[in-house]
Every structure is written in C-alpha cells, then in structure tokens.
Design a binder for this molecule. Structure first.
Ligand code: ADP
Ligand code: TYD
Length: 203
C-alpha cells in the first residue's frame, strides 16, 4: 500500500513548518505512519547542500542545480522508499519552491525548472500541496521575532511578492493538488482545513 505524499509551501515565515508539525501529530494520533522531512535536505548529502545553499553567494543557475541535486538524492533515497512502505511523507518544500523562488524570485525561466523536474522526478508528484499564503511584510515580522535571516530570508519584500505570486498562480492552475490557505488565520483553523482535506484518505 502506497502512502501519501504531502508537501508544505509558502514564503519564509508563512507558518508552513508549524502546520507540517501539527499535521504530522494529527495523523500519528489516528494511527498513520508519518515521515517528516524537508528540502533542501532530508539526506546527509542534501543537508550538506542545504548548508551551502543557505549560506553561500552563488549564481541563480547554480542555486537551481544544487536544489535539484539535493532533490534527486531525497526522492530516490528517502521519499519513494518511505511511500513504498506505506508511510505518509510530509515534506517541508518540494519542486513548487523551485518554481516560486528560482523562477519567480531569481528569474530562471520556468521551462528550465520544468525540464529539471522531468529529470529529477518524472512520475512522482505530491498528492497534496498545502500553500500557506501570507503578506510578505507580515511574514518578515514573524521571522524577525524568532530567527536571524539566512541568505533567502535576507531578500527584500519585492522578492517575496514575486515568490508569493508564483505560488498563487500555481494554486489557481492546479486546484485539485494545491490547497491555498490564508496564513493570517489562527494556526488551529489552518490545521483544521488540512485535516479536513486529507480525511477521505484516512478511511
Ligand atoms: P515557516 O516554516 O513558513 O518559515 P514557521 O512555521 O517557522 O514558518 O512560523 C514562523 C513564526 O510564525 C513562528 O514563530 C510561528 O510560531 C509563527 N506562526 C506560525 N503560524 C502562525 C499563525 N497562523 N498565526 C500567527 N503566528 C504564526
Ligand atoms: P526552509 O526550510 O523553508 O527554511 P526555514 O527552515 O528557514 O524556514 O527553506 C530554506 C530556503 O530554501 C527557503 O528560503 C526557500 C529556499 N528554497 C528554494 O529557494 N528553492 C527550493 O527548491 C527549495 C526546496 C527551497
């Protein structure tokens, strides 16, 4: 029995990691085996690449290729095997983030991302992608309260406006896969929407 693949997206500080953790707890409480993971990362090599990606200056194309290098390892070594043993895989970011950040944010052509996607995971797609939508100024205020900015989080509001718009456009284009939720709502209410959405799969 194949598990479900659920990804969590949104601009930095939107609250997606909070929702991933809460969703994992809710699913485990109903007896489901859950694997929590993240991108870039999720494997030893992927975590090394994450350190480089979040810390070092590089060209947008290098950034894109390293994101996908980490993703190939993650898909092959972690995600596909876990789904095969019936685990539900909850992943903090996946390829939608490359469209949003590398294409929307950095200006890499979307067709290049689409090509890399075909190479990295030709058949795998998330069963559900939760996009937490939030105004970049509000997200920046949330981030400022809890952490020092990494290389992405140091970007300006205009960058995050572009990232946000790509997420919104993708949600409009794929309404069956992507659930767009207002991140300004209370956490408990957002969790309820997610749990409602996956309920039919739990039977
Ligand atoms: P992300 O993973 O999107 O960067 P986090 O889940 O780490 O965001 O949340 C960033 C901050 O915002 C944390 O301090 C978190 O407690 C807070 N937060 C998360 N969701 C909400 C919400 N719905 N309302 C208010 N604050 C929130
Ligand atoms: P994230 O885990 O959300 O950071 P944090 O733990 O600080 O909330 O993601 C790390 C950063 O990587 C984030 O700023 C977005 C970026 N990213 C991309 O630009 N493209 C991608 O394909 C992925 C997966 C992440």
């Amino acid at each position: 029995m194949r598990g479900r693949f659920i990804t969590f997206e949104g601009i930095d500080g939107s609250g997606k990691s909070t929702q991933l953790t809460a969703t994992a707890s809710a699913l485990r409480a109903s007896g489901i085996d859950v694997l929590e993971t993240r991108e870039p990362g999720g494997t030893a090599l992927g975590e090394s690449l994450r350190t480089i990606l979040l810390g070092r200056t590089m060209s947008p194309l290098t950034e894109t290729l390293l994101m996908f290098a980490a993703r190939v390892e993650h898909v092959d070594e972690v995600i596909v095997p876990a789904l095969g043993t019936g685990h539900w895989v909850l992943c903090d970011r996946f390829t939608d983030a490359s469209y949003a950040y590398q294409s929307g944010g950095r200006g890499i052509p979307a067709e290049w991302i689409a090509n890399l996607e075909t190479w990295a995971h030709p058949t795998l797609q998330p069963d559900l992608t939760v996009v937490i939508d939030l105004d970049p100024k509000q997200a920046a205020m949330r981030r400022a309260r809890v952490r020092t900015p990494d290389r992405f989080e140091a970007e300006d509001v205009a960058f995050f406006e572009r990232v946000r718009e790509v997420y919104a456009a993708r949600a409009r284009a794929e309404p069956n896969r992507i659930l767009l939720i207002d991140g300004a709502r209370p956490s408990a209410e957002i969790l309820e929407r997610i749990v409602e959405r996956v309920k039919p799969w739990r039977a």
